[in-house]
Design a protein around this ligand. Structure first.
Ligand SMILES: Cc1ncc(COP(=O)(O)O)c(C=O)c1O
Length: 416
């Protein structure tokens, strides 16, 4: 069969596909596996209880039958869009209406639409998406319909104490060239847990505005919900900013609902994308969350349950790393948000891909660092010495997994 050039990219197994297959194998495994790999959120009882009760009420009242028996508006379930706008206005002081909000089939779908809206062939030449603070989310890698649409600028590394470090936007190296169509940053970052500071975000916004392109902020873990941020940070939005939110990390990844907050023009274009790709969105997750938004209860749930849950998990995982890695050369990125620790083993004597395979044999799934450089031309040795570890799944497995990582890194040094 003859595939298109676009189709060819999916006919060979990409890094993302291979890792997702490995995760699938974990789900089917008979022996216990330490799953420190995927991006699944934790099951947080306060939220699960709400979703279960709301769903039961929805079914009991007949609302469910009505919802599943019709195609909804391609912009999204209208009461949800209105509740999102009202919630963001109340919590962030913005002035949005439902015309600034569009629901999507998950933020992965939001990024597919946004990247291909702002990058690709134009009358003025090919435009690209610029990631100003790599390492960046590996899920961005295959999203351009045309190849070569993504470009990353490596972060500046600040060493902190004996075992810490933090990435910063390297404004001296960052070039917003004339072929850039949008700037995009995850905040907090997947994979690193970095939260670009308010000042950095303001400067990125200024650089984007000067170039006449939007700044896309990926808030899948961020502000104002789900609020998995452990350091001071302000949510931002303006007509030139596109804020992408998601219901996944609140505990609903299976229901595939993303939210884009943007100018009315951009919302209209994304609504047409939705209509073409899917006719309409699945409204179930929107229905489960609308009353939490409308009552403001979501804020309490995020502040009292979601944020503290992950902050505690992060602190615990950091403590286990210090305990297990004692005597090794290692650094941990400041855990400022999201659900991951980003570990750096400077001078690691084997490529991190090899370490990944050895850990897999030992029943520990992590994500090797070199996958997190969408559109980075040069081979950056630093990311071949880094690993992403999720601390969202069961604590005993995380602790055991960190111990096995320490053993394998020690072994790699001993073999040298
Ligand atoms: C930074 C980031 N952005 C976007 C997504 C996509 O999330 P979803 O499509 O589930 O909303 C993820 C998923 O893990 C992510 O980590």
């Amino acid at each position: 069969m003859q595939y298109s050039n676009f189709g060819q990219r999916f006919a060979c197994v990409s890094g993302t596909r291979k890792l997702m297959d490995d995760l699938g194998a974990v789900a089917r495994a008979e022996r216990p596996v330490c799953n420190l790999g995927g991006g699944n959120p934790a099951a947080i009882p306060a939220l699960q209880t709400h979703f279960r009760e709301r769903m039961a009420a929805c079914v009991a009242s007949g609302e469910f039958d009505a919802l599943i028996a019709r195609y909804d508006d391609p912009q999204g379930y209208r009461p949800f869009l209105e509740a999102v706008a009202q919630y963001l206005n109340a919590t962030c002081g913005w002035r949005l209406t439902y015309r600034n909000i569009v629901a999507t089939a998950g933020s992965q779908a939001s990024f597919f639409m946004l990247f291909n809206l702002f990058a690709g062939a134009t009358n003025g030449g090919v435009r690209r998406i610029l990631f100003p603070c790599a390492p960046e989310y590996m899920g961005y890698s295959e999203l351009g319909v045309e190849p070569g649409l993504l470009r990353s600028c490596p972060a500046r590394i600040e060493l902190i104490g004996e075992h810490g470090f933090k990435y910063h936007v390297d404004f001296e190296q960052l070039q917003v060239a004339s072929d850039v169509g949008a700037i995009c940053v995850s905040r907090p970052s997947n994979p690193t847990g970095n939260v670009v500071t308010d000042e950095e975000l303001e400067q990125l916004g200024a650089r984007a505005a000067a170039a006449g392109v939007p700044l896309i902020v990926d808030g899948a873990y961020g502000l104002p919900f789900p609020g998995i941020v452990f350091c001071p940070a302000t949510p931002v939005w303006s007509d030139d900013t596109i804020l992408c939110l998601s219901l996944s990390k609140l505990g609903l990844p299976g229901l595939r609902t993303g939210i884009v907050v943007a100018s009315e023009d951009v919302v209209q274009v994304l609504t047409s994308f939705n209509a073409t790709l899917m006719l309409s969105n699945n409204p179930i997750a929107s229905v489960l969350v609308t009353d939490l938004l409308a009552s403001g209860e979501l804020r309490t749930l995020c502040e009292d349950f979601v944020g503290p849950f992950y902050a505690e998990r992060a602190a615990q995982a950091v403590a286990w790393c210090h305990e297990s890695f004692a005597g090794l050369d290692y650094r941990i990125h400041s855990a400022e948000g999201a659900i991951f620790l980003w570990l750096w083993f400077p001078g690691l004597p084997i490529p991190v891909e090899v370490l990944y395979e050895r850990l897999k044999v030992r029943g520990v799934l992590v994500i090797p660092g070199h996958h997190f450089t969408p559109g980075l031309d040069a081979d950056w040795r630093h990311v071949h010495e880094c690993l992403r570890v999720s601390y969202a799944q069961d604590s005993a497995g995380v602790r055991r997994g960190i111990g096995i990582i320490a053993e394998e890194v020690r072994k790699a040094w001993a073999e040298r």
